[in-house]
Structure formats: C-alpha cells, structure tokens
Design a protein around this ligand. Structure first.
Ligand SMILES: C[S@@+](CC[C@H](N)C(=O)[O-])C[C@H]1O[C@@H](n2cnc3c(N)ncnc32)[C@H](O)[C@@H]1O
Ligand code: SF4
Length: 447
C-alpha cells in the first residue's frame, strides 16, 4: 500500500526553501530597492542570520548540484575572502542597524568552506563578526568535507563559538564512492565526528543521498547501519536531484545504474524506517534528528524555521547571503548574487552589491509564504478563507481520500501517514504554481 502511494505521488515538487520558489521569481529588485528592503527589515534591530558561500572544491563529485568552482590553486583563498569582506562592508555602509542587530546565526557553506586554510577561515569569520552585536544564543555552523578538513579547521571555529558541523558523507559504499568520484573511508567520517564531539561541537549532521548510481536496497541498509554506528545528531537524507541540463557531470552516470521510480522510492523508505526505528525524529521533510538534538527540541516546541539553508532552530526574518550565487531574504524581498564567479568578483571589487536577480513579494506572496512556512515547519496551516479551503480541497482530493491530509475548520493538516508527502501537499498552497504550471522540468521529483 505504502509503495503504491509513493508511486502515485512521485511527481516533480519544489523543496519550498522559499516562496515564491526560485523558478517563479519575476519582479527583481534593483540594488537600491534591495537595500531599501534591508533597511526596512533592520529598522527594529531584529536577530538575523548570515550565510557565507565559499565555492571552491579541489575535485568534483559527479553528482554535485551545488554552485562550485573546481580548483587546487589555494592562492585564490585570500582574494576571495577580501571580496567577501568588501561585500559585507558595502552592506554596512548602506544599512542602518546591521551592526546593532544581534547576529543569531552564521553559516558557512559551499562548495567547501574548509578549502580555506584554518588561518584564513579564522580571519574570515572573525572579520565578519568584528564590530557586530552577537546574539547570546549565537549559532555558528559549517559544512565540512571530511576529506579536506583538519582538526585545526574545527578548532579555530570552535574557538570562535561555532557549535554545529555538517559532514558531507553521501554514501559509505566503496563502489558508489568510486562512481561519484568521492573516496571517503568510513573511518575518516567516524574520526572526524569524534574529534568534533570531543572539541565540544554539540550537533553533528551527516548529509546522505539516496538515488546514487548502483545503490540497492541492501546497500542503503548497510549505509544506514554504518551511520548508526556513529549516531550523528542530525541527518539530512537527500533525494539525488538529477539535473544534467545544469550539471553536465551527471551525464557520466549510466542510466541503468541509476535507481529510479519505485526502486528509488524504496531506498528512501528503507532509510527513513531505519532511522525512525532507531528513535530519530522526522523533522518536516528529509531531515532527521535524535530527540536530544536542539533541532528536534525546537520542532517539539513549535519553533522550527525553514529558509534557504533548510530547517533551522530559530526563526529569523533576515538572511543575508554573502559570496557568489548567495541568496538573501527579508520579509518582503528575495535577492541573489551574481552566479558567475568572474562577474561577482568584478562587481564587488568596484564596491557594488552584486545583484543578479530576486523577487519583490506582493501582499499575496507574503500571505502564501507564511502559510507555506507554517505548513513546512508545523505540518498545519490556517487557510485564508472559504474560497481557498475549497480550492485546496479540490487540489488535494486524492490525498484527502488517501488520508494523507485533512482540511477541517479552515485548517490544512498533514496526517502522520502523510509526512513523506509534505512537498506534494504544500503545492496546494503555491498560488503561483497553481496559476502557471511549469511546462518544462524545473523541479526534481518530490521523493
Ligand atoms: C556543499 S555540499 C557539503 C559540503 C562539502 N562540499 C561536501 O560535499 O562534503 C552540500 C550537500 O549537498 C548535497 N548535494 C549535492 N549535490 C546534490 C544533488 N545533486 N542532489 C542531492 N543532494 C546533493 C550533498 O549531500 C552535499 O553534502
Ligand atoms: S559535493 Fe561538496 S565537495 Fe563535492 S563537488 Fe559538491 S560541493 Fe564540492
């Protein structure tokens, strides 16, 4: 029965890390409008989050869908760091209140942030934090590739107050690792986790992927058993997003090696069930946390938030992204930096804010964004009026019949059985998608 449901609802669906979703952004702000929006957002000195994108990786993992720049030339570190700091300065010069507002979260992502040497990483982070008001419950987090991370990297960040680390793992299977050009022995992942824990990092996350070439039901079970030997506090279990039209390295995969359809969904179901049986709490969608982890506690207390970084513990209204391709958000605007590294470099060097595109939210967008946020983080949301309730009921009639969602007394609720279908249900709230269905493949499949 469960398999049939997975098969039935295996349709392309957005991940809803934003609303409107990126393919539906249409009304880009100018840089001036973006700065105005930030000034409005910072006027009451709210807690805020900062994301810093470091695009460099020494080698390419062939499944990778991230914005990366492959290089072994470490002379590129310092010029890029200086540009990041210059970009921060450009904001400080234009935005009142940025230094007085408590910095609640600082997240380093990529690419591979530990491409930077420990010394350079410490310089970058301390320079960003310098002169800022740091929130009492500050959360610093970094994505690390265990193949390129040393104890020293973790130590310098711990000394600067970082407490969260996310390890790229993907799969422990030797053949899968060979096929995706990422050889990473189990012992390496295990010892990096132990080092981080001994140092006082209170949450270690593993990124795992299902749908990689040659993965089977047995290999996924073995991947989960190995994961359980280390017991990370959190797990992000991603569906392999297959986007060869954007990421040509994925064309190297043989079609017959890629689990698809029912086979792929079965891999997810095996991994999910394993984690639930071991006591992990399913957070929203494709994220799991031990009950002792603050993400699970935050979920239980109804404080979970979702933004471009996925699920986070606390709600912040402003996310400021620095670096090539970085995305930012305020209550009424989205903004993305230039995606091409040379263009980003040129514009920031001139003292500009490197606006590529974004979206100014309409009043309707803001209402829908809040509904989608509530639904993605709490599994229920209040509908606007009877008209929306009728529309949602009609769109989700099959999911209602299958007892995956309920619409009652103006509330849309996900049932326990419906948890894996959160993204599918969320589409009923996505007014822009309902009005204008995409005519090409813009989203990967929902599972
Ligand atoms: C920036 S990387 C993590 C840090 C570091 N670069 C590493 O790989 O260890 C972010 C994560 O995105 C996920 N990811 C990358 N490409 C993906 C794809 N095509 N589909 C699903 N997840 C993907 C991987 O799980 C990866 O760990
Ligand atoms: S998965 Fe991580 S290390 Fe591999 S290419 Fe992508 S960003 Fe770089």
């Amino acid at each position: 029965m469960r398999d049939e449901l997975f098969y039935k609802y295996d349709v392309p669906a957005p991940r809803y890390t934003s609303y409107p979703t990126v393919p539906y952004w249409e009304d880009s702000p100018t840089t001036e409008e973006w700065v105005d929006s930030l000034n409005r957002g910072f006027s009451a000195n709210p807690p805020w989050a900062c994301y810093v994108h470091i695009p460099f990786c020494e080698t390419l993992c062939t499944y990778c869908g991230c914005n990366t720049s492959i290089t072994r030339n470490h002379d590129r570190e310092m010029p890029y760091i200086e540009l990041l700091l210059k970009e921060m300065k450009a904001y400080q010069e234009r935005i009142q209140g940025i230094d007085a507002s408590p910095l609640q979260e600082l997240h380093l992502g990529g690419g591979t942030p530990t491409f930077l040497s420990p010394k350079n990483l410490a310089y970058l982070v301390s320079s960003i934090m310098k002169g800022k008001t740091i929130a009492e419950n500050f959360l610093g987090s970094i994505e690390v590739d265990p193949r390129r991370t040393t104890t020293e990297h973790l130590q310098v960040l711990r000394d600067l107050g970082f407490s969260r680390v996310s390890l790229g793992v993907q799969d422990f299977d030797a053949e899968v690792q060979r096929l995706v050009h990422r050889i990473q022995p189990f012992e390496m992942t295990k010892s990096m986790t132990e080092v981080a824990r001994d140092m006082g990092y209170s949450s270690v996350n593993f990124d795992l992927i299902y749908g990689l070439p040659t993965q089977t039901e047995e290999s996924i079970l073995s991947m989960m058993e190995k994961t359980w030997l280390i017991k990370p506090d959190r797990i992000a279990l991603y569906s392999l997003a297959i986007v060869p039209w954007i990421k040509p390295a994925q064309k190297l995969f043989k079609d017959e090696d890629l689990p698809r359809g029912k086979e792929k969904r079965r891999l997810y179901e095996i991994a999910r069930q394993f984690l639930i049986d071991k006591g992990y709490i399913e957070i929203g969608m494709d994220h799991f946390a031990l009950p002792t982890d603050t993400l699970a506690i935050s979920d239980q207390q109804g404080e979970l938030h979702r933004n471009f970084m996925g699920y986070v513990e606390h709600r912040t209204q402003i996310l400021l992204g620095l670096g090539v391709s970085a995305i930012s958000e305020t209550p009424d605007c989205f903004h993305q930096n230039e995606k091409a590294l040379p263009v980003y470099e040129r514009r920031v060097a001139k003292g500009e804010i490197p606006t590529l595109r974004g979206h100014k939210l309409t009043v309707e967008d803001q209402v829908r964004r809040e509904q989608i946020l509530q639904f993605m983080t709490k599994g229920e949301t209040r509908l606007e009026d009877e008209k929306q309730a009728l529309k949602v009921k009609e769109f989700l009639s099959e999911m209602i019949d299958d007892q995956l969602v309920e619409v009652e007394s103006g509330l849309l609720k996900l049932t326990k059985k419906g948890k894996p279908f959160l993204r599918n249900a969320c589409m009923a709230l996505d007014e822009r998608l309902l009005r204008n269905k995409p005519n090409s493949e813009v989203f990967s499949k929902s599972l």
